[in-house]
Ligand binder design. Structure first.
Ligand code: GDP
Ligand code: GDP
Length: 436
C-alpha cells in the first residue's frame, strides 16, 4: 500500500516536532531496543479514523552552512514535493513573524491542501490571538496546544478529510521491492544488472507518488515485480538531497511501500550506523528482508571469507537472524540470478498462513520441551495460539496472565515456529493476550 503523505512545515521552534510526536503512531515492536530507530524521528506513520498516512517533519531536515531562508525554502519544497496534505505550523505565543510570512509565500506555489495550525494555544484566553493569522492567506487557523494535546483531534479530522482517496489497488500477485543502502554501494548497478539478467520488457510506468518512477517487470516464470525507485537514483540537484536525514526519510518511505526490502551492503566497507537504522526500520515495519552484499568481486577471498562476513552481519544485525544473505557482484553478474528467486521465497514466507491445529501442535510441543515461566509461584498457562495476519505473519498467544509471559519465552516460541515452518526472510510478530 502506498500511504498518502502529510508533511509538517513552519519556521524553527513553533512546535513542529512536538506536533509530529503527537500525531505519529507507534509501530508495534517485538524488539525492545533497536538503536537509532526512534531517535531523531522525522518520518513515521499516523492513523486517525482508520485512515493511515505517513508523516514527515520537514523541520528535521537541516542543512548545515546554509542561510536560514535557504533552509526554510528547502523544507517547504520537500513538503510541496512529497506531501498530499501540508500542515503549516505557527506559534500563537510569539504571534505572527516575518519568517511565518516567508513560509506562507512559498506555500502559495502549491495547490495542495494546507492546514494552518496555531500552536501553543495552551489556554482559552489565547484563542483570540489566532485571528491575526488569517492574514497569512492559508485559510482558517486551527488552535492547538501540542504540548497539552489540545485541539489535535480537530487537526487530524482536517488532515483525514483532505487525504486523497485510496491511492492504488492492492494486487496480491505483485511483489514490490526496493533496494536500500548508502550511496555508492551499487544500487543502480544492481538494478540495471537485475533488469538485464531477467531480459524483460521493463516498462517504466509513472508511479502513484508524484515523483517516483517504479519499474514493472515479469520474470521468466511469469511472476510480476515492481521495483520501487529510491533516493539517490534520480538526482535533481536540490540542496537537501545530500543530507542524511533526507536520504533516511526517502528510504523509509520506500520501505513502507515495499513487500521486500533489499538491504544492499558494500563488501569492502561492511556495516555502518545508517545500515542498522534502516534495517531496524524495515524490521519494525514487518517487511521481508534480503541482505545483499555487493562488490563481492573486489575481495581477495579464501574459503573462510564468506563465513567471516556472515558472522559480522549476524553480529551487527542481531535481530535480523531470519534474513537470508546473498553475495553478489553487479559488475561480473555473480549470483545475481539468486536475487529474484530469494525475493519470491521471502514473499511466500510473508504470505504464509498456518492452520490453527498445526500451529497448536507446535506450541504444545514447544511447551513440553521448555516449560512456561513462573513468577511468585504462578505459572504461565498457554491456552492456544492462532495466526491473525500475514505480511508480516502475526501470531496471538492466548494465556492466563499476560504479565507472566517473558520476552525470552515469546522469542523461544517464535523460534519453534520458525523451526517448524518456512518463514525465511520475514519478521514474525508475536502478541500475548489474556484469554477472557
Ligand atoms: P520545532 O522546532 O518547530 O520542531 O519545535 P519543537 O517541537 O522543538 O518545539 C519548540 C519549543 O516549543 C519546545 O521547547 C517545546 O517544548 C515548545 N512547545 C511545543 N508545543 C508547545 C505548546 O503547545 N505549548 C507551549 N507552551 N510550548 C510548546
Ligand atoms: P549507488 O549509489 O548505490 O546507486 O551505486 P552505483 O550503482 O552508482 O555504483 C557506485 C560505483 O560502484 C560505480 O562506480 C559502480 O561501477 C561500482 N560498482 C557497483 N557494483 C559493483 C560491483 O559489484 N563490483 C565493483 N567492482 N564495482 C561495482
Amino acid at each position: 500500500m502506498s500511504l498518502p503523505t502529510v508533511a509538517i512545515v513552519g519556521r524553527p521552534n513553533v512546535g513542529k516536532s512536538t506536533i509530529f510526536n503527537r500525531i505519529a503512531g507507534e509501530r508495534i515492536s517485538i524488539v525492545e531496543n533497536i538503536p537509532g530507530v526512534t531517535r531523531d524521528r522525522i518520518y513515521a506513520t499516523g492513523e486517525w479514523l482508520n485512515k493511515k498516512f505517513s508523516l514527515i517533519d520537514t523541520g528535521g531536515i537541516e542543512l548545515s552552512d546554509e542561510p536560514f531562508m535557504t533552509e526554510i525554502r528547502a523544507q517547504a519544497e520537500i513538503a510541496m514535493n512529497e506531501a498530499d496534505v501540508i500542515v503549516a505550523v505557527v506559534d500563537g505565543e510569539t504571534g505572527l513573524t516575518d519568517a511565518d510570512e516567508a513560509v506562507a509565500q512559498l506555500l502559495y506555489h502549491t495547490s495542495k491542501p494546507i492546514i494552518l495550525v496555531v500552536n501553543k494555544v495552551d489556554n482559552p484566553e489565547r484563542r483570540m490571538d489566532i485571528f491575526d493569522f488569517y492574514s497569512l492567506g492559508l485559510g482558517d487557523p486551527y488552535p492547538v496546544s501540542a504540548a497539552h494535546g489540545l485541539g489535535t483531534g480537530d487537526v487530524l479530522d482536517a488532515i483525514v478529510e483532505n487525504l486523497p482517496a485510496d491511492l492504488e489497488e492492492e494486487n496480491p500477485d505483485l511483489i514490490k521491492f526496493s533496494l536500500i543502502g548508502r550511496p555508492n554501494v551499487g544500487k543502480s548497478s544492481l538494478i540495471n544488472a537485475i533488469l538485464g539478467e531477467e531480459r524483460v520488457i521493463a516498462s517504466p510506468i509513472a508511479g502513484t507518488t508524484r515523483d517516483a518512477i517504479d519499474t514493472h517487470f515479469t520474470d521468466p516464470e511469469g511472476q510480476e515485480f515492481v521495483m520501487i525507485d529510491t533516493a539517490g537514483m534520480r538526482k535533481s540537484g536540490k540542496v537537501y538531497e545530500n543530507t542524511e536525514k533526507y536520504a533516511v526519510m526517502r528510504a523509509m518511505r520506500a520501505i513502507d511501500r515495499s513487500d521486500v526490502v533489499l538491504m544492499v551492503l558494500n563488501a569492502q566497507e561492511g556495516i555502518r550506523e545508517y545500515d542498522k537504522r534502516i534495517a531496524g526500520f524495515a524490521h519494525e515495519a514487518g517487511k521481508g528482508i534480503l541482505i545483499v552484499v555487493n562488490k563481492w568481486d573486489t575481495l581477495v577471498k579464501d574459503d573462510k571469507t564468506m563465513k567471516k562476513f556472515e558472522e559480522d552481519i549476524r553480529w551487527e544485525f542481531k535481530y535480523l537472524d531470519y534474513a537470508p544473505i546473498v553475495y553478489v557482484s553487479a559488475k561480473t553478474g555473480q549470483r545475481l540470478s539468486q536475487i529474484p528467486e530469494q525475493i519470491k521465497e521471502i514473499s511466500a514466507s510473508q504470505n504464509l498462513r498456518i492452520s490453527s491445529s498445526i500451529l497448536n501442535d507446535v506450541i504444545m510441543d514447544a511447551v513440553a520441551i521448555n516449560p512456561t515461566p513462573t513468577d511468585k509461584g504462578k505459572r504461565l498457562k498457554i491456552f492456544y495460539a492462532t495466526q491473525v495476519a500475514v505480511k508480516p505473519p502475526t501470531f496471538v498467544v492466548f494465556v492466563n496472565e499476560e504479565e507472566l509471559m517473558h520476552f525470552s519465552y515469546l522469542r523461544f516460541l517464535e523460534n519453534q515456529i520458525r523451526k517448524a515452518f518456512v518463514f525465511e526472510g520475514t519478521p514474525i510478530h508475536m502478541i500475548t493476550r489474556k484469554r477472557k
